[in-house]
Design a protein. Sequence first.
Length: 158
Amino acid sequence: MSVRHVFVPINAKLGEGFSIQEIAKAGEHPGRRTKTNGYQSPATWVLELVSLRKPVILCSFCRYKFDPKYYKYRRFYVANAAGHDPYRTDGQCEDCKDRTDRSPGGGTMFVAEEQYPEICFEPKSLPGWNDYIQWRLRQAKQRVYRAAATTWRAVQRS
Ligand SMILES: [Zn+2]
C-alpha cells in the first residue's frame, strides 16, 4: 500500500490546493517563488533562510513565531545618534511580507550567532549601552503612565 501525501495550505479547504491569491502573494517576494507550484509557505521560506544562515527580518506581529535561541540567531544591533531603537531594523517581513515600519515597534533583523561578531559590536561593550538602558526605562515609564491615565479616564467616565 502506498502512502499519499496531501499538502493543505493555510486558509484553504481540504483538496483545494493553493488559491490564485496565495500564488500571487507569493510572487511578491522573490524568495517565495518556486518553480514547481509557484507557492512556498512563510515557514518554509524562513527555515530556508535559517538553513543558509541568512538574516531574517520580521515585523512585530510575526516576530513571536520565530524562536531565535532555538535556531542560534541573535537580534541585529546598531547604535545610532538619532536615538532610535538600536534593535530595530526595518524592511520587508519574511513572513507576512508587509513593510515592517507599518507594524507597531517596527521590524527586527535576526542574524546567525556565528556571524554576529563580524556584523555587530557587542551591545554591552559600546559606550551607548547605558543610554539605551535609560531610554528603555523612560519608554517603560511612559507606557505605565499612559496605561494609568487611560484607566483613570475610564474610572471617571463610569
Ligand atoms: Zn510580518
